[in-house]
Design a protein around this ligand. Sequence first.
Ligand SMILES: Nc1ncnc2c1ncn2[C@@H]1O[C@H](COP(=O)(O)OP(=O)(O)OP(=O)(O)O)[C@@H](O)[C@H]1O
Ligand SMILES: CC(C)(CO)[C@@H](O)C(=O)[O-]
Ligand code: BAL
Length: 354
Amino acid sequence: MPTSSPDSPVADSPIPILTTVRDYRAWRAQATSDGKSVGFVATMGALHDGHLKLVQASLQENDYTVVSIFVNPAQFAPTEDLASYPRTVQADIAKLASLSDNVSQSDRRVNVAFVPSVKEMYPNGFTQVVADQIGAFVEVKGLSHQMEGGSRPTFFRGVATVVTKLFHIIQPDKTYFGQKDIQQSIVLRRLVSDLVFSHPPSPESLRVIPTGRDPNDNLALSSRNAYLTPDSRQVAPVLYRALKTGQDIWEQSHWTDANKEERIRVTLDRARAVVLERAEKCCQDGRGVDLKLDYISLNHPKTLENLEQVLAEKGAEAVDVSQGAIFSGAALVSQGKDGKVTRLIDNLLLGFTL
Ligand SMILES: Nc1ncnc2c1ncn2[C@@H]1O[C@H](COP(=O)(O)OP(=O)(O)OP(=O)(O)O)[C@@H](O)[C@H]1O
Ligand SMILES: CC(C)(CO)[C@@H](O)C(=O)[O-]
Ligand code: BAL
């Protein structure tokens, strides 16, 4: 374990915290020589039960489990919330330390938390302004500019870059990501496949774990939910309700290939209407909550093509729903004139599994 100042998260840690690539590599070399498999969960911290599901999956399937906590500046646009992103490392470490493999009842626990500095991850410096960046960055073309990438055009470049670094450092045999960020998982599987990563050794070793939700109202758990006020927290589950409404329509038994155009339109219209009606109600109820729909879309599960767009540009014959569809959306909620905006995202899988 590295030495540390008394108030750093490393001091008195209930699990080893490694902060440098050098220390981690020494630990990993020992794990390799001991013949131990390593599972990896990448996070930005502010851990919640959704993250802990990923960690539990890793504890079940690997000898050792490593969790990284790193708020990656490269995936935030200059206008986004890098500075205010919740940072709760000590509480995160306590949560990780309290976990054990609850299925096979082995005594496996999180072995290492990797908590690097920005300097450690970007030793040659870094700017959020893409045009001014110098050095190696990773892009996964064709999958990064629709859905979440439509509103966050540099986001997946930042994610693919930092995850490439993390995979090179951590050398995971398996790695665990959340369905909540479905596009991220698809982009990263393609990255692993196209750049022939040896760790993880295949896109399938990047496991995607179902979205953890609030048991009362199904709101997808998210670190940024910490920004919600009590009133905006009441409004936030509307995105899930909208997607569920659309899913119920999509899954009706009368749809055939001949009426897929109507299937797409009705599914999207009804789901969007749920959010728009709630937004209207927010405007009228005097609480000052502002709800905006960013998008709700249907996308091909592999190519991420926007089905509505394909329909408009190429006609119904060009639309392929035979492999199912990703049904996803994002909405922005805030309260008060200068209230912090929370970006909510969610998705449901229509007719396919990951
Ligand atoms: N509700 C959830 N269920 C399962 N996995 C999740 C959930 N929320 C996040 N994850 C996964 O945890 C990993 C780390 O995500 P991250 O630290 O960004 O948390 P987050 O809650 O998604 O934060 P943010 O609010 O910034 O989007 C990612 O693979 C992400 O998909
Ligand atoms: C994968 C990740 C840790 C990369 O910073 C982040 O995008 C996240 O937490 O989902
Ligand atoms: N869970 C994705 C991290 C982000 O929104 O920056």
